[in-house]
Design a protein around this ligand. Structure first.
Ligand code: AHR
Length: 326
Protein backbone atom coordinates (compact mmCIF):
# COMPACT_ATOMS: atom_id res chain seq x y z
CA UNK A 1 0.00 0.00 0.00
CA UNK A 2 2.77 2.32 1.09
CA UNK A 3 4.80 1.43 -2.00
CA UNK A 4 1.81 2.05 -4.29
CA UNK A 5 1.21 5.51 -2.75
CA UNK A 6 4.89 6.43 -3.13
CA UNK A 7 4.82 5.30 -6.76
CA UNK A 8 1.66 7.32 -7.48
CA UNK A 9 3.11 10.44 -5.83
CA UNK A 10 6.30 10.09 -7.84
CA UNK A 11 4.41 9.48 -11.08
CA UNK A 12 2.23 12.56 -10.48
CA UNK A 13 5.33 14.64 -9.70
CA UNK A 14 7.11 13.50 -12.84
CA UNK A 15 4.00 14.18 -14.93
CA UNK A 16 3.67 17.66 -13.42
CA UNK A 17 7.32 18.44 -14.18
CA UNK A 18 7.00 16.97 -17.68
CA UNK A 19 3.94 18.98 -18.60
CA UNK A 20 4.72 22.04 -16.53
CA UNK A 21 1.82 23.44 -14.54
CA UNK A 22 1.57 26.42 -16.86
CA UNK A 23 1.75 24.35 -20.01
CA UNK A 24 5.51 24.56 -20.71
CA UNK A 25 7.55 21.37 -20.95
CA UNK A 26 10.50 20.73 -18.60
CA UNK A 27 12.91 21.91 -21.31
CA UNK A 28 10.85 24.84 -22.46
CA UNK A 29 11.09 28.36 -21.09
CA UNK A 30 7.64 29.78 -20.25
CA UNK A 31 6.44 32.33 -22.81
CA UNK A 32 5.08 35.78 -22.07
CA UNK A 33 1.95 36.97 -23.86
CA UNK A 34 2.02 40.49 -25.32
CA UNK A 35 -0.24 42.74 -23.21
CA UNK A 36 -0.81 46.45 -22.73
CA UNK A 37 -0.17 46.11 -19.01
CA UNK A 38 1.45 43.44 -16.91
CA UNK A 39 1.30 42.26 -13.34
CA UNK A 40 4.94 41.56 -12.47
CA UNK A 41 6.71 40.47 -9.32
CA UNK A 42 9.92 41.97 -8.00
CA UNK A 43 11.55 39.88 -5.27
CA UNK A 44 14.12 42.09 -3.52
CA UNK A 45 16.80 40.68 -1.19
CA UNK A 46 16.79 43.32 1.56
CA UNK A 47 16.48 47.08 1.95
CA UNK A 48 19.26 47.89 4.37
CA UNK A 49 21.49 49.88 2.06
CA UNK A 50 21.25 52.77 -0.42
CA UNK A 51 22.03 50.51 -3.38
CA UNK A 52 18.98 48.28 -2.70
CA UNK A 53 16.75 51.30 -2.05
CA UNK A 54 17.84 52.91 -5.34
CA UNK A 55 17.18 49.65 -7.20
CA UNK A 56 13.69 49.29 -5.70
CA UNK A 57 12.85 52.93 -6.49
CA UNK A 58 13.98 52.47 -10.08
CA UNK A 59 11.81 49.34 -10.52
CA UNK A 60 8.76 50.97 -8.90
CA UNK A 61 9.15 54.17 -10.94
CA UNK A 62 9.40 52.29 -14.24
CA UNK A 63 6.40 50.07 -13.45
CA UNK A 64 4.34 53.14 -12.51
CA UNK A 65 5.41 54.98 -15.68
CA UNK A 66 4.15 52.10 -17.81
CA UNK A 67 0.97 51.53 -15.79
CA UNK A 68 2.11 48.01 -14.85
CA UNK A 69 1.28 46.48 -11.49
CA UNK A 70 4.34 45.62 -9.40
CA UNK A 71 4.01 42.97 -6.71
CA UNK A 72 6.96 43.90 -4.52
CA UNK A 73 8.48 41.80 -1.74
CA UNK A 74 11.46 42.38 0.55
CA UNK A 75 13.17 39.21 1.80
CA UNK A 76 14.78 41.16 4.69
CA UNK A 77 18.10 39.37 4.24
CA UNK A 78 16.70 35.83 4.26
CA UNK A 79 17.08 33.52 1.27
CA UNK A 80 14.33 31.27 2.74
CA UNK A 81 11.93 34.22 2.86
CA UNK A 82 12.84 35.15 -0.69
CA UNK A 83 11.91 31.62 -1.86
CA UNK A 84 8.58 31.99 -0.02
CA UNK A 85 8.10 35.45 -1.60
CA UNK A 86 8.50 33.96 -5.09
CA UNK A 87 6.05 31.17 -4.24
CA UNK A 88 3.54 33.78 -3.13
CA UNK A 89 3.98 35.66 -6.43
CA UNK A 90 3.35 32.39 -8.29
CA UNK A 91 0.16 31.90 -6.25
CA UNK A 92 -0.93 35.45 -7.14
CA UNK A 93 -0.55 34.64 -10.84
CA UNK A 94 1.93 37.30 -11.87
CA UNK A 95 2.90 37.42 -15.55
CA UNK A 96 6.66 37.49 -14.94
CA UNK A 97 9.01 37.59 -11.95
CA UNK A 98 12.05 39.83 -11.59
CA UNK A 99 14.25 38.12 -9.04
CA UNK A 100 17.40 39.47 -7.36
CA UNK A 101 18.64 36.13 -5.94
CA UNK A 102 20.25 36.84 -2.56
CA UNK A 103 22.52 33.80 -2.82
CA UNK A 104 23.48 31.60 -5.77
CA UNK A 105 22.22 28.19 -4.60
CA UNK A 106 19.27 28.67 -2.20
CA UNK A 107 17.19 30.52 -4.82
CA UNK A 108 17.35 27.68 -7.37
CA UNK A 109 14.08 26.10 -6.09
CA UNK A 110 12.33 29.46 -6.59
CA UNK A 111 13.54 29.70 -10.19
CA UNK A 112 12.43 26.12 -10.87
CA UNK A 113 9.03 26.59 -9.17
CA UNK A 114 8.28 29.61 -11.37
CA UNK A 115 9.34 27.71 -14.48
CA UNK A 116 7.13 24.79 -13.48
CA UNK A 117 4.21 27.18 -12.97
CA UNK A 118 4.74 28.63 -16.46
CA UNK A 119 5.96 32.03 -15.23
CA UNK A 120 9.12 33.46 -16.83
CA UNK A 121 11.85 34.74 -14.52
CA UNK A 122 14.38 37.47 -15.24
CA UNK A 123 17.32 37.59 -12.81
CA UNK A 124 18.29 41.09 -11.76
CA UNK A 125 21.72 42.16 -10.47
CA UNK A 126 22.69 38.80 -8.92
CA UNK A 127 23.05 35.42 -10.58
CA UNK A 128 22.28 31.84 -9.56
CA UNK A 129 24.61 28.83 -9.64
CA UNK A 130 25.24 28.14 -13.32
CA UNK A 131 25.71 24.40 -12.79
CA UNK A 132 22.13 24.19 -11.45
CA UNK A 133 20.15 26.59 -13.64
CA UNK A 134 20.75 28.19 -17.03
CA UNK A 135 19.56 31.26 -18.89
CA UNK A 136 17.38 30.39 -21.88
CA UNK A 137 16.39 27.09 -20.27
CA UNK A 138 15.34 27.78 -16.67
CA UNK A 139 15.11 31.57 -16.64
CA UNK A 140 15.05 34.15 -19.41
CA UNK A 141 18.27 36.07 -18.75
CA UNK A 142 20.52 37.65 -16.15
CA UNK A 143 20.67 41.46 -16.26
CA UNK A 144 23.65 42.78 -14.35
CA UNK A 145 27.24 43.91 -14.05
CA UNK A 146 30.42 41.96 -14.65
CA UNK A 147 31.36 41.42 -11.00
CA UNK A 148 34.66 39.69 -11.85
CA UNK A 149 35.66 42.77 -13.82
CA UNK A 150 34.60 45.04 -10.95
CA UNK A 151 36.95 43.15 -8.62
CA UNK A 152 39.72 43.31 -11.20
CA UNK A 153 39.31 47.07 -11.66
CA UNK A 154 39.40 47.63 -7.89
CA UNK A 155 42.62 45.56 -7.72
CA UNK A 156 44.17 47.49 -10.62
CA UNK A 157 43.47 50.85 -8.97
CA UNK A 158 44.80 49.67 -5.61
CA UNK A 159 47.93 48.09 -7.11
CA UNK A 160 48.71 51.30 -8.97
CA UNK A 161 48.12 53.53 -5.92
CA UNK A 162 50.22 51.26 -3.66
CA UNK A 163 53.07 50.78 -6.16
CA UNK A 164 52.41 47.04 -6.10
CA UNK A 165 52.95 46.61 -2.35
CA UNK A 166 50.11 46.25 0.18
CA UNK A 167 48.87 44.16 3.08
CA UNK A 168 45.17 43.97 2.32
CA UNK A 169 42.10 43.27 4.45
CA UNK A 170 39.23 42.06 2.24
CA UNK A 171 35.65 42.62 3.41
CA UNK A 172 33.55 40.16 1.46
CA UNK A 173 29.89 40.52 0.58
CA UNK A 174 27.13 38.07 1.50
CA UNK A 175 28.56 34.54 1.60
CA UNK A 176 27.32 32.48 -1.34
CA UNK A 177 26.16 35.50 -3.37
CA UNK A 178 27.37 35.99 -6.93
CA UNK A 179 28.86 39.49 -6.37
CA UNK A 180 30.84 38.26 -3.34
CA UNK A 181 32.15 35.20 -5.21
CA UNK A 182 33.01 37.10 -8.38
CA UNK A 183 34.40 40.30 -6.86
CA UNK A 184 36.72 38.16 -4.78
CA UNK A 185 37.81 36.17 -7.83
CA UNK A 186 38.42 39.23 -10.01
CA UNK A 187 40.47 40.92 -7.29
CA UNK A 188 42.50 37.89 -6.22
CA UNK A 189 43.22 36.74 -9.78
CA UNK A 190 44.58 40.18 -10.65
CA UNK A 191 46.90 40.49 -7.64
CA UNK A 192 48.36 37.01 -8.24
CA UNK A 193 50.60 38.64 -10.83
CA UNK A 194 51.77 41.20 -8.21
CA UNK A 195 53.55 39.30 -5.42
CA UNK A 196 53.82 42.44 -3.24
CA UNK A 197 50.02 42.64 -3.05
CA UNK A 198 48.98 40.29 -0.28
CA UNK A 199 45.52 39.61 1.21
CA UNK A 200 46.28 39.13 4.93
CA UNK A 201 42.68 38.55 6.04
CA UNK A 202 39.33 38.06 4.33
CA UNK A 203 35.92 37.84 6.00
CA UNK A 204 32.29 38.50 5.15
CA UNK A 205 30.64 41.75 6.26
CA UNK A 206 27.39 40.71 4.52
CA UNK A 207 27.35 43.87 2.33
CA UNK A 208 26.20 45.83 5.44
CA UNK A 209 27.74 48.98 6.91
CA UNK A 210 27.71 48.05 10.58
CA UNK A 211 28.78 44.46 9.97
CA UNK A 212 31.60 45.83 7.79
CA UNK A 213 32.63 48.15 10.63
CA UNK A 214 32.64 45.33 13.19
CA UNK A 215 34.57 42.92 10.96
CA UNK A 216 37.09 45.64 10.01
CA UNK A 217 37.59 46.45 13.70
CA UNK A 218 38.39 42.80 14.53
CA UNK A 219 40.63 42.28 11.50
CA UNK A 220 42.53 45.54 12.13
CA UNK A 221 43.27 44.37 15.68
CA UNK A 222 44.64 41.08 14.32
CA UNK A 223 46.55 42.83 11.50
CA UNK A 224 47.63 46.27 12.73
CA UNK A 225 50.16 46.41 9.87
CA UNK A 226 47.43 46.30 7.18
CA UNK A 227 47.91 49.06 4.61
CA UNK A 228 44.78 48.63 2.47
CA UNK A 229 41.14 47.58 2.68
CA UNK A 230 39.21 46.17 -0.27
CA UNK A 231 35.47 46.09 0.48
CA UNK A 232 33.03 44.33 -1.87
CA UNK A 233 30.64 47.28 -1.51
CA UNK A 234 30.60 50.91 -0.42
CA UNK A 235 28.52 50.32 2.69
CA UNK A 236 31.20 48.04 4.15
CA UNK A 237 33.90 50.49 3.02
CA UNK A 238 32.18 53.30 4.94
CA UNK A 239 31.94 50.99 7.96
CA UNK A 240 35.66 50.20 7.59
CA UNK A 241 36.50 53.93 7.46
CA UNK A 242 34.66 54.35 10.80
CA UNK A 243 36.64 51.41 12.24
CA UNK A 244 39.93 52.92 11.04
CA UNK A 245 39.10 56.28 12.61
CA UNK A 246 38.07 54.60 15.87
CA UNK A 247 41.45 52.84 15.88
CA UNK A 248 43.23 56.17 15.51
CA UNK A 249 44.27 55.52 11.88
CA UNK A 250 43.82 57.93 8.98
CA UNK A 251 41.81 56.38 6.11
CA UNK A 252 43.33 57.48 2.80
CA UNK A 253 46.78 57.94 4.40
CA UNK A 254 47.61 55.12 6.83
CA UNK A 255 45.24 52.68 5.13
CA UNK A 256 43.97 52.98 1.53
CA UNK A 257 40.33 51.97 0.97
CA UNK A 258 38.82 50.83 -2.33
CA UNK A 259 35.39 49.35 -3.04
CA UNK A 260 32.46 48.86 -5.42
CA UNK A 261 29.06 50.58 -6.01
CA UNK A 262 29.25 54.39 -6.31
CA UNK A 263 26.98 55.55 -3.50
CA UNK A 264 26.77 59.19 -2.45
CA UNK A 265 28.60 58.46 0.83
CA UNK A 266 31.43 56.75 -1.03
CA UNK A 267 31.80 59.64 -3.47
CA UNK A 268 31.87 62.02 -0.50
CA UNK A 269 34.56 59.86 1.15
CA UNK A 270 36.62 60.12 -2.06
CA UNK A 271 36.18 63.92 -2.08
CA UNK A 272 37.24 63.98 1.59
CA UNK A 273 40.38 61.98 0.76
CA UNK A 274 39.29 58.99 2.87
CA UNK A 275 38.73 56.60 -0.01
CA UNK A 276 40.82 55.96 -3.12
CA UNK A 277 38.10 54.89 -5.56
CA UNK A 278 34.93 52.91 -6.11
CA UNK A 279 34.04 50.86 -9.18
CA UNK A 280 30.47 51.57 -10.21
CA UNK A 281 27.74 48.94 -9.92
CA UNK A 282 24.66 50.72 -11.20
CA UNK A 283 21.44 49.91 -9.28
CA UNK A 284 19.03 51.67 -11.67
CA UNK A 285 17.59 48.59 -13.33
CA UNK A 286 14.02 49.76 -14.01
CA UNK A 287 14.24 50.85 -17.68
CA UNK A 288 16.43 47.91 -18.79
CA UNK A 289 14.38 45.34 -16.84
CA UNK A 290 11.08 46.34 -18.46
CA UNK A 291 12.62 46.84 -21.88
CA UNK A 292 13.89 43.23 -21.66
CA UNK A 293 10.39 42.08 -20.62
CA UNK A 294 8.97 43.79 -23.74
CA UNK A 295 11.57 42.21 -26.00
CA UNK A 296 10.76 38.80 -24.54
CA UNK A 297 7.01 39.29 -24.99
CA UNK A 298 7.64 40.18 -28.65
CA UNK A 299 9.30 36.79 -29.06
CA UNK A 300 12.85 38.10 -29.42
CA UNK A 301 15.70 35.75 -28.59
CA UNK A 302 17.19 37.24 -25.43
CA UNK A 303 20.93 36.99 -24.84
CA UNK A 304 21.77 34.93 -21.69
CA UNK A 305 23.44 37.94 -20.03
CA UNK A 306 22.29 41.53 -20.53
CA UNK A 307 25.45 43.27 -19.36
CA UNK A 308 25.41 46.56 -17.41
CA UNK A 309 28.45 48.73 -18.08
CA UNK A 310 30.04 50.39 -15.07
CA UNK A 311 31.89 53.65 -14.63
CA UNK A 312 34.74 54.30 -12.20
CA UNK A 313 34.79 57.01 -9.54
CA UNK A 314 37.93 58.54 -8.05
CA UNK A 315 39.20 62.01 -7.18
CA UNK A 316 39.20 63.00 -10.86
CA UNK A 317 35.38 62.88 -11.15
CA UNK A 318 33.73 62.35 -7.74
CA UNK A 319 32.98 66.04 -7.09
CA UNK A 320 31.48 66.45 -10.55
CA UNK A 321 29.27 63.34 -10.30
CA UNK A 322 28.15 63.37 -6.66
CA UNK A 323 24.98 65.36 -7.39
CA UNK A 324 23.56 62.37 -9.33
CA UNK A 325 24.63 59.77 -6.80
CA UNK A 326 22.14 57.90 -4.58
O1 AHR B 1 24.28 42.65 -6.07
C1 AHR B 1 24.86 43.90 -6.04
C2 AHR B 1 25.35 44.24 -4.66
O2 AHR B 1 24.32 44.02 -3.74
C3 AHR B 1 25.76 45.67 -4.42
O3 AHR B 1 27.10 45.91 -4.66
C4 AHR B 1 25.51 45.77 -2.96
O4 AHR B 1 25.67 47.06 -2.43
C5 AHR B 1 24.20 45.12 -2.86
O5 AHR B 1 23.73 44.77 -1.63
Amino acid sequence: MMLRRTFLALATGVAAIGLGLGGASAQELPKLKKKDHYKVGFAQTESNNPWRIAQTESMKAEAAKRGDQLVYTDAAGSAAKQVADVNSMIAQGVDLIFLAPREEKPLIPAVMAAKKAGIPVILLDRNVDQSLAKAGRDYVTFIGSDFVDEGKRAAEALTKAMDGKAKIIQLEGTTGSSPANDRRKGFEDYIKAHPGMQVVASQSGDFARDKGRQVAETLLQAHPDATAIYAHNDEMAIGAIAALEAAGKKPGKDVIVVSVDGTRDALQAIIDGKMLATVECNPKFGPKAFETLDRYAKGEQIEPWVVNTDRFFDKSNAAQLIADAY
